[in-house]
Design a protein around this ligand. Structure first.
Ligand SMILES: Cc1cc2nc3c(=O)[nH]c(=O)nc-3n(C[C@H](O)[C@H](O)[C@H](O)COP(=O)(O)OP(=O)(O)OC[C@H]3O[C@@H](n4cnc5c(N)ncnc54)[C@H](O)[C@@H]3O)c2cc1C
Length: 314
């Protein structure tokens, strides 16, 4: 939403009192969201609630549904651009029991059971140590399991290739329940209202040393090709069919283009880096400029991969 100024909070005194009573210091009001994102950009949430158990999530879902308060679930914040006006309503962060990871060998398979807030980096390391074949394709992706599920994150293979089951919680069915999910390139059929609670993944079992070597080689390649020293959100645009967005962006000469504190990376053209206290508006303006240039020169309409959420105030 483009607005001149951020709109007022949607929470009244009774909402604040409910959240404070239920979550104590884990409910924060008017909390700036920039520190919770990899871009280090984003205005305040009306409420930022840290949820540690499925029963707590169910309570928040019931409250927000009854009060018609919009919700947004934040993972590790590595694929989102939050507007400078922040997010109205409740922003939910999962932790506690949602951070669990269990990796087991079952017959010829490696089975991983993980909560939605578990770190993908810890999951990949644990699965690689048991020889999970294909886990290297998820190595180096800096998100949570829930965010990875929503995005169908990956490289040559995607997380959806390994999913056995997914459990979600929704406002109309607040207790955790299994759902069947369709996986597409960087998105899934998971409904906007559904919050992923936990997942299980299955891999064929191979030689752990070989799997670890493949993973380490991929991690080294990332270090050489991605501008990881600056805050960023990975690739900004999806690759068009049979093409790479980065190649098109480089070909229009966009490397080094700058708006405010945001810059198109000189190392990887599909990355926008926050080089000097960039605002969301800086990034959004740069994204639009790049998109227009690629459209004019190549007739290709790039689609953003990063999710743009909240209020983009001028
Ligand atoms: C340096 C770098 C490299 C990257 N490389 C890759 C890559 O190789 N491949 C790739 O695919 N991505 C890559 N990414 C992007 C990003 O890491 C992934 O998309 C990641 O899976 C996002 O997870 P997150 O927890 O950070 O999600 P967030 O950014 O917090 O959220 C992304 C979306 O998922 C939703 N979401 C989060 N948690 C849940 C949940 N529990 N239930 C339902 N919805 C949820 C959010 O509401 C939002 O819409 C990269 C990012 C960076 C910064």
């Amino acid at each position: 939403m483009n607005v001149a100024q951020r709109t007022p909070t949607l929470l009244d005194a009774s909402d604040r009192s409910f959240l404070t009573g239920r979550f104590g210091p884990r409910a924060l009001f008017d909390e700036p969201l920039a520190p919770y994102t990899s871009w280090r950009i984003g205005g305040p949430a009306d409420a930022l609630i840290s949820i540690e158990a499925a029963s707590e999530l169910a309570d928040v879902l019931r409250w927000s549904f009854k009060r018609r308060i919009p919700r947004f679930v934040l993972g590790s914040g590595s694929n989102i651009l939050i507007g400078d006006g922040g997010i109205r309503g409740a922003v939910i962060r999962l932790g506690g029991e949602f951070a669990s990871i269990d990796v087991a060998t079952e017959g010829e398979e490696v089975v991983v059971r993980a909560g939605a807030s578990a770190s993908l980096a810890l999951l990949t390391a644990g699965a690689a140590s048991k020889g999970a074949v294909g886990i290297g394709s998820l190595a180096g992706i800096p998100g949570s399991v829930g965010g990875a599920l929503r995005m169908n994150a990956g490289t040559d293979k995607e997380i959806g290739d390994f999913v056995r089951d997914v459990w979600v919680q929704t406002p109309t069915k607040p207790d955790a329940h299994p759902v069947s999910v369709q996986y597409y390139y960087r998105h899934t059929s998971i409904g906007r209202d559904a919050i992923v609670a936990r997942v299980s993944l299955v891999f064929a079992q191979g030689d752990p040393a070989g799997v670890r070597a493949d993973m380490n080689a991929r991690l080294r390649r990332r270090k050489d090709t991605q501008p990881l020293q600056f805050p960023n959100a990975g690739s900004c645009f999806r690759n068009p069919p049979d093409e790479r967005a980065g190649r098109l962006i480089e070909a229009v000469g966009a490397k080094g283009w700058r708006v405010g504190g945001a810059e198109v990376s000189g190392l990887h053209a599909n990355f926008i880096v926050n080089v000097d206290s960039a605002t969301a508006l800086d990034v959004a303006t740069l994204l639009a400029r790049v998109r227009r240039a690629v459209l004019e020169q190549f007739g290709v309409e790039l689609q953003p991969e990063v999710h743009m959420v909240g209020e983009f105030v001028a």
